[in-house]
Design a protein around this ligand. Structure first.
Ligand SMILES: O=C(O)CCC(=O)C(=O)O
Ligand SMILES: [Fe+2]
Length: 364
């Protein structure tokens, strides 16, 4: 996420979806109703079968496995990043207590009265605070989602006015959680580098003090899940994203693979990892930042806690020389400043992978 800045915007009326839910109306307001082409097709038989193929990576085998286990897991990692841009990681060594605690904090926050949450408003055109991000016009369709987002690292992207004092342990829990998730991202990036036959420290050295932000997404049950989206299709602007799904929640995350929306079945205690646009660019498209979306459920609510890990804003990004070959695999992306890309990302609505056009070199 880029530094906070404001734009003169008219975004129209943005209803709070939790308040709509409380009003028990069966009709969904027009601003949430998607055009036919965007509406999700839910409950197909084929999709759950497909989703079982979203790879599960065992971090223990990468950290402490024998040579054979390590080699096998690295190959699996490489295949997941190439084919899916997504995987789930188990044995990640983050205390389950901490995962439960952050989930509890997030839920407590979302359950506060709306007036309390609105003390931390997300200003239009920014992505920190409580509300709906990525809304830029009064004509834009809205997502069936409430968000609460905070910049974490470096300190300069923090806005202390947006850190709630209620629930009481909120800040402490977020700090502990973000430290552990940061370590996980650092480890994963090392293994991702090795899977590309690069020096294991290449990303860390290139990224400087990596930017880290957290976004909690709450999707209340919706009377018409067939008409709305929880979160519009998009790829993430990060290098890596770590997503924690609420325990026992309904399936809600969908990944686009071969033009099919594949639901991600939660794996107990696993974290979902996805490749962001930055790694796609750095690997010249070999590792994919896949398009994904969230859908809602008629009876069940859903929570996701999402960490975005990205290079420092002053870093220049472009395909890594070793992964480019002028004859057979020329650069697909130009070089650019990552801060500029972040700004571009947060000032455009979520629309599939369109944001990455910013960096694409048109094919000759
Ligand atoms: O809630 C989800 O499962 C998806 C969240 C997501 O993609 C995001 O916050 O970028
Ligand atoms: Fe995302």
């Amino acid at each position: 996420m880029a530094p906070v800045f404001q734009l003169p915007l008219n975004v129209g009326q943005i209803d709070d979806v939790q308040e709509l839910k409380k009003a028990r109306k069966t009709k969904v307001p027009d601003r949430f109703v998607r055009d036919m082409a965007e509406r999700p097709i839910l409950g197909t038989i084929r999709a759950p079968l497909l989703s079982s193929s979203i790879p599960v990576i065992d971090l223990k085998k990468l950290m402490k496995g024998n040579k054979e286990e390590f080699h096998f897991e690295i190959l699996k990692l490489s295949a997941s990043c190439e084919e899916w841009g997504f995987f789930q990681v188990i044995n990640h060594e983050i205390e389950l207590d901490l995962l439960e605690k952050i989930e509890k904090m997030a839920m407590e926050f979302f359950m506060l009265p709306v007036e309390e949450k609105q003390k931390y408003p997300m200003a239009p055109g920014t992505v920190q605070g409580y509300g709906q991000a990525f809304v830029f016009s009064e004509h834009q369709k809205l997502d069936w989602c409430n968000m609460f987002a905070l910049g974490l690292v470096p300190h300069s992207i923090r806005n202390p006015k947006l850190w709630p004092t209620n629930p009481p342990m909120f800040s402490e829990t977020v700090e502990a959680y973000s430290r552990d998730i940061r370590k996980l991202c650092e480890d994963l990036l090392k293994f991702i580098a090795l899977s590309l036959r690069l020096d294991e420290n290449i990303f860390e050295e290139m990224f400087g003090v990596s930017v880290q932000a957290i976004r909690m997404n709450y999707y209340p049950a919706c009377p018409r899940p067939d008409l709305v989206l929880g979160l519009s299709p998009h790829s993430d602007g990060s290098a890596l994203t770590v997503l924690q799904q609420g325990k026992g929640n309904a399936v809600g995350l969908h990944v686009l693979k071969n033009d099919t929306w594949v639901p991600v079945q939660p794996v107990e205690n696993a974290l979902v990892i996805n490749i962001g646009d930055t790694i796609e660019v750095l690997t010249n498209g070999r590792y994919k930042s896949s398009e994904h979306r969230a859908v809602t459920h008629k009876e069940k609510d859903r929570l996701s806690i999402v960490t975005f890990y990205a290079p420092s804003y002053d870093v220049e990004i472009g395909p890594i020389q070793k992964l480019v070959d002028d004859e057979n695999n020329p650069s697909k992306y130009r070089r650019y400043n990552h801060g500029e890309y972040s700004r571009h990302y947060v000032t455009n609505k979520l629309q599939g992978k369109k944001t990455l056009d910013f960096a694409k070199i048109p094919p000759k």
